[in-house]
Write a protein that binds this ligand. Structure first.
Ligand code: ADE
Length: 228
């Protein structure tokens, strides 16, 4: 999979995408993440990427030229399955969307900034708008990092224990069961006996019940439509 991220703040993406599982997946060749500085596609002495909004509104708008040139350049090199724009008014990102994106070959993520991008970019170039939640960030870089992280860990081979991505919270529509490690007892706080019993089938059943209980208590909205 290839992910091209277009941003005015490349430095913001360096940290999150150069560590841990994403770093390993890149090294293994499972994903190629390229970060593009939008200013490299700007023109003029000041290489400006934004301008005043028509209509007298306060705040700057990302200009159409540099973004159009960046997307046209990338699209001349390969075909993109999706050109994503990160914005608080996009589709709310969730595990289902992460799973879908993980099946794609080439994706561009355009990070929004200032008051957003010229609407014509959204109308004519962007194929999917994604929000990571109902709150406003200063820019789309952190959203792009979150989307990329959650997609890359789903790529086959990205996680050493291949089943572990499948048992994540949300992957089956439920929250994950609690997990424990040694010691079996710490200052009187005990690990549930069932986990030490060695009965694989009973343990699986217990985990499923725990998942259901947790979901009912913490995120009953996830069960809507599944329970009476
Ligand atoms: N840019 C600013 N806020 C955002 C959000 N909540 N999701 C995605 N991109 C954003």
């Amino acid at each position: 999979m290839r992910i091209d991220i277009i941003t005015v703040l490349p430095a913001l993406l360096d940290g999150p995408l150069k560590h841990s599982i994403v770093k390993r997946a890149s090294k293994k060749g499972l994903v190629d993440i390229q970060i593009h500085d939008l200013r490299n596609f700007a023109k003029g002495k000041h290489r400006s990427v934004d301008d005043y909004a028509f209509g007298g509104d306060a705040g700057m708008v990302m200009s159409i030229g540099p973004i159009h040139r960046a997307i046209t350049h990338l699209s001349s090199l390969r075909e993109y399955d999706e050109i994503i724009y990160t914005s608080p008014d996009g589709h709310r990102f969730d595990q289902r969307e992460a799973n879908r994106l993980a099946t794609l070959e080439n994706v561009i993520i355009l990070c929004g900034h200032y008051k957003g991008v010229d609407q014509r970019i959204r109308d004519h170039l962007v194929t999917r708008e994604i929000s990571i939640g109902d709150y406003v960030l200063t820019g789309g870089e952190l959203a792009a990092a979150i989307i990329t992280d959650s997609v890359v860990r789903l790529l086959p081979g990205a996680i050493s224990d291949e089943t572990s991505a499948l048992s994540d919270s949300f992957q089956d529509g439920l929250l994950a069961p609690p997990v424990y490690t040694r010691p079996a007892e710490y200052q009187g706080w005990k690990v549930p006996d069932i986990l030490l019993s060695g009965h694989a089938a009973k343990i699986d059943q217990w985990k499923h019940e725990q998942s259901l209980d947790r979901t009912r208590k913490l995120r009953p909205d996830l069960l809507e439509g599944f329970e009476d």
